[in-house]
Design a protein around this ligand. Structure first.
Ligand SMILES: [Zn+2]
Length: 361
């Protein structure tokens, strides 16, 4: 499908490079940017933010839970905080590169209660204790039933990074909800809850200053992982993600500075959101073009993802492929084929509509 974005400028990046290890960059008065390493090949780094908050600092996200990040944080805190303490920790979502050091930071600054949504707190605890996104055996069986070849099944089992390897959780938290306002320094930040990437992901919007701390919900250069997981096999995760994109389109000022969790801060968010809508529509059309007879998620990996996938990426790629298949089922373009062995296959419904288009306005 062609994407007609002619006449619209792409995103722009106010900063050419990342702050160095242990250093910060002030991206707006009182808002400091840190970049920390993650052990995931494609992702490379995650951004954390320190916001000046009266007699202390509010920190957004924790980095992956390994010594590398903890040492970097100690160095940064020593040089950047002006002797003031971190007095509040806000965690955008439960993934290990965001929630990893939650218990450690919390204890380090005198038993802070991390601020999260209930959905993210539960997801973190279920992942840690019962294997929600991370029951590797269950995910392996799920991938096999979705047609993943044996070689890639083995690669996934070998390479996947278990959740509890990068996360430690405190005992308690403090809950926030959609549209709550959090006062940080002299600013008011509104909680926008997003779906599709994690259950109740928090982004923070300061309308007066036109700044959004986006988390993983809006990323430049790379696209947010939108996966369906075995715990909820029929979830239409892509529709949830696109609904959140529409919410941002409706609420954000066009000149908003976006502070994403991965890659660099950027502007022209409305362009980026519409581009994401077109990107997913193009993926859906690729699947429809490829569906002669029956298809499986595993059989679509080489169509949807270019380049070699490592084992950890195979897990995300399968989740994404299944999410796109579920979306096509929900809009009536594909149906799930009943199989005796319980495997998941899809075929066209025979609807003669044209290409799928982005639902974003
Ligand atoms: Zn994430």
């Amino acid at each position: 499908m062609s994407t007609d974005l002619s006449g619209i400028e792409g995103v722009t990046y106010p900063w050419d490079d990342y702050p160095e290890r242990g250093a910060v960059r002030e991206v707006a008065p009182g808002i400091l940017w840190l970049s920390t390493k993650v052990p995931f090949v494609g992702l490379r780094q995650v951004n954390l933010w320190l916001l000046s908050d009266g007699d202390g600092w509010t920190m957004i996200d924790c980095g992956f839970g390994w010594d590398e990040t903890r040492e970097q944080l100690e160095t940064t805190w020593k040089s950047a905080l002006g002797g003031l303490p971190v007095k509040r920790l806000i965690v955008t979502h439960y993934h290990p590169d965001h929630a990893g050091n939650m218990a450690w930071i919390s204890e380090r600054w005198g038993d802070l209660l991390p601020v999260m949504t209930l959905g993210e707190w539960f997801a973190a605890n279920i992942s840690m204790n019962f294997g929600y996104a991370d029951n590797i055996k269950q995910r392996g069986v799920w991938h096999a039933s979705h047609g993943l070849d044996v070689e890639r099944q083995k690669l996934f089992a070998k390479d996947v990074v278990p959740y509890d390897q990068g996360v430690s959780l405190p005992q308690q938290f403090k809950r926030v909800r959609e549209n709550d306002t959090i006062a940080i320094g002299n600013d008011r930040w509104r909680v926008i809850v997003g779906q599709g990437h994690a259950p109740e992901h928090v982004s923070l919007y300061c309308a007066e200053r036109r700044i959004l701390i986006a988390g993983d919900q809006i990323l430049p250069q790379i696209t947010t992982n939108v996966s369906t997981w075995p715990m909820e096999p029929e979830a239409d995760t892509l529709a949830s993600f696109l609904e959140t994109c529409q919410k941002f389109l409706d609420q954000l000022h066009p000149d908003t500075l976006i502070l994403p969790s991965h890659r660099k801060p950027f502007r022209n968010v409305l362009f980026r959101l519409r581009e994401l809508g077109h990107h997913h529509a193009a993926r859906l059309n690729l699947i429809l073009d490829e569906t002669h007879g029956e298809v499986t998620a595993g059989g679509l990996l080489d169509v949807l993802f270019r380049g070699k996938l490592d084992g950890h990426q195979i897990g995300f790629a399968m989740g994404e492929a299944i999410a796109h298949l579920n979306y096509l089922v929900a809009i009536g373009r594909l149906k799930r084929v009943e199989t005796r062995d319980g495997s998941w296959r899809y075929a066209k419904t025979g609807s003669h509509e044209g290409p799928v288009t982005s639902p974003l306005k």
